[in-house]
Design a protein around this ligand. Sequence first.
Ligand SMILES: *[C@@H]1O[C@H](CO)[C@@H](O)[C@H](O)[C@H]1NC(C)=O
Ligand SMILES: *[C@@H]1O[C@H](CO)[C@@H](O)[C@H](O)[C@H]1NC(C)=O
Ligand SMILES: *[C@@H]1O[C@H](CO)[C@@H](O)[C@H](O)[C@H]1NC(C)=O
Ligand SMILES: *[C@@H]1O[C@H](CO)[C@@H](O)[C@H](O)[C@H]1NC(C)=O
Ligand SMILES: *[C@@H]1O[C@H](CO)[C@@H](O)[C@H](O)[C@H]1NC(C)=O
Length: 425
Amino acid sequence: MTTRSSLLPMTGALLVGLAAFAYAKTNDASDTTSVGALPQQAVTIDPLSFAVIGENGTFRENSITSFFNPTNTSPPFFQVFDPAFLDILGPHATIRSVASNPDFAFAHEAPIWNPETDDFFFASNDGGALGFSDLNHNSKYGKINLKEVTKAIRDANASTSAVNVTVTELDLPETIQMTNGGTGPYHGNLLLITSGRGPRPPSIALVNPNPPHNVTVLLDNFFGRQFNSLNDIKVHPTNGKFFFTDVTYGFLNQFRPAPLMPSQVYRFDPTAGSVRVVADGMLRPNGIAFTGDGNTAYVKVTKDLAFIFGVVGGVFGNNQTNPATIYQFDVDLTTHTFVNRRVFAYTDTGIPDGIQVDTKGNVYSGCGDGVQVWNSQGILIGKFFLGTTSSNMAFAGKGRLVINAETNIFLAEIAAEGLDLASFT
Ligand SMILES: *[C@@H]1O[C@H](CO)[C@@H](O)[C@H](O)[C@H]1NC(C)=O
Ligand SMILES: *[C@@H]1O[C@H](CO)[C@@H](O)[C@H](O)[C@H]1NC(C)=O
Ligand SMILES: *[C@@H]1O[C@H](CO)[C@@H](O)[C@H](O)[C@H]1NC(C)=O
Ligand SMILES: *[C@@H]1O[C@H](CO)[C@@H](O)[C@H](O)[C@H]1NC(C)=O
Ligand SMILES: *[C@@H]1O[C@H](CO)[C@@H](O)[C@H](O)[C@H]1NC(C)=O
């Protein structure tokens, strides 16, 4: 998923002189927190400034190979479309790479923060570019320590420049194959969801975050049939049930057999063991998240696999007419089915992947150019612009958003706070 794309600057005077709008808009508000307090890595872009590009302007033709970066700013930076994003950032926000390995997509999915140790966990790319995993090779699961990150930043006296802490790979039992999602901690354990590999089944498993990293598999079949390749999981905040997505990427990535079931969304009751389908009819359901009250669910449906591979024009082609859409549902609290499906957001770049929700109801998703943020009404208010694909991210307590970006992990130190996923039991 390392989509390296050109940063397409939009031409024309219409894009110049936009930087003052945030001041203008926040200064007249009663909210004083953002007055005169634009973080140094923030670039404000008034949507009205690009509402018309004009006949001689430069338009984007491809949502993967070209980014929307009208100010032609070097990533990483904060792209601010609405003053509300400044409240998420706070006045002293920074964003930087904190771990990198240009030769290995070590930070793809399954981001989990363990508050007990301040470790941040992640899975390498399973079956895609620079993941070095396939039918014959498992993906890796690793971690960095955020205390070490804090120390490295302090030691370097680095205001915004990158640091590079050590990545530690976990030695996990063979039952964990091609990790693609995760949440928690759940009763102190990492809750992982795996895609399986070859004949080995996809599964949901608890993993001890501390050595010896022993594993308890909780589910690996639907009444005797294997899932296709399980993708992502969240625990419902009020009823404690597990909700997860199953999709055909493992087959399309040539490490799983032909699908035996449709791509759909399931619910698992970890106490009773019962499994049921709660939503279907989506092309490729992917990331999943709930609002804090549990009444709303978001499910990502991604477009062509080429977007996932970052292989434009590759084996599976690249068709921008497929959805790159986050759907919103109501969760029927009796049956747990997802009802009243509607479009929440369609991303302008790449595909939306993992999703997180903050305490104010803003929705964050990894996309082709970084992490994009929509308010609860579905308006894109800003981006953590990386200039490369992010598949997923997780909050690490108040004010820290840790972003997986394949060959890098970025830390954004901001004002917002994510939902406390560890309390969802
Ligand atoms: C676009 O370019 C053409 C050719 O140079 C010119 O005649 C036309 O006026 C331009 N249009 C605008 C809106 O600037
Ligand atoms: C960061 O350190 C790792 C080794 O821990 C190394 O492989 C990698 O190249 C380093 N990244 C950069 C950008 O130097
Ligand atoms: C950081 O600042 C301290 C004190 O000013 C100095 O002793 C140290 O050498 C600096 N470190 C780096 C990496 O610049
Ligand atoms: C790991 O092993 C310990 C000791 O047997 C046990 O208490 C714990 O539940 C195990 N954790 C998992 C996730 O299997
Ligand atoms: C893209 O998908 C649409 C809808 O399925 C289809 O009509 C169109 O032919 C596809 N285009 C290409 C280039 O495959």
